[in-house]
Design a protein around this ligand. Sequence first.
Ligand code: ACO
Length: 325
Amino acid sequence: MVTLRSVVRGVGSYLPARVLTNAELSTLVDTSDEWIVQRSGIRERHIAAEGETTSDLGLAAARAALAAAGMDAQDIDLIVLATSTPDRTFPASATTIQDRLGIRHGAAFDLQAVCSGFVFALSTADKFLRSGSHKRALVIGAETFSRILDWTDRTTCVLFGDGAGAVVLEAQEQPDGLAGRGILTTHLRSDGRHTAKLYVDGGPSLTQTVGHLRMEGREVFKHAVGMITDVMNDAYAATGTTSDDLDWFVPHQANKRIIDASAEKLKIAPEKVVITVDRHGNTSAASIPLALDVAVRDGRIREGHLVMLEAMGGGFTWGSALIRW
Ligand code: ACO
């Protein structure tokens, strides 16, 4: 028996050149390298240059993913860009990337689920591809969170960074069951009661401004591990797998303590966990494809491996995706 699956054909990423270290941050706000590392695991993050936009970052990541897949932009008929920091309120930055790739066919749109954006975008593209309506998708996570941070607020500005990552998905007939390649299952959740714990205090309709990120970090932390592990358990239940079957766990990179606690709760061995939060900070929707690119390029994630992705973010939103690479 065969089934139509969304197979990952290539991964790419892009980081702005400018690196902002904890030491440099401690000259801007009352903080220290020690506090940031101990509470979050973050040592440095990249910051977009003046005039460098989310679509610039996303375009560079998309080109790298296409090169890794050995594909031409013309092969792509769907672009889903996960971002909470688009270039403009509209049009979607996905259409800017589509235009700059020279693609005049298919569809391109943005999707907003904050830090869960990449998992939501992957799940959405997967449904398009498995329906047969589209053949090859670029799923991109790209963010310039530096533009929505309050650089005087030490409780938030030390945690985030800029960057972009992308994967190319292709609809392929694959053997049914766990052995076949591609996205095996995705699980998405939202609960809008938690808005006040993590939000941006501006927007076109509410204030006609862009606004700044506001977060009750301790409250987010309290919910994160339970939500993350719930959707991972949903993935295990849907596929009859357990943590023992995983080759790699690639979590959203918000905070090393949240990642460690989630892995421990689900008994995932530390050597199976891909960590990039130390170098990237929290890049929201970009963090998972950035981490995937690191682990694919250094040879850890290889064809046939079972890879679990998860994310949790503003909304709250949270989700998981289990992939046979
Ligand atoms: N440097 C030094 N001290 C600081 C800093 C800082 N940058 N920020 C806060 N502090 C102080 C606080 O003022 C507080 O001082 P007090 O005890 O005198 O009041 C103390 O440090 C402890 O603050 P807490 O908030 O309790 O610290 P906590 O251990 O909870 O760590 C953190 C804070 C890192 C934000 C943590 O709660 C966390 O990671 N939460 C989850 C955040 C997260 O993952 N967000 C992303 C979600 S994804 C998305 O959708 C964007």
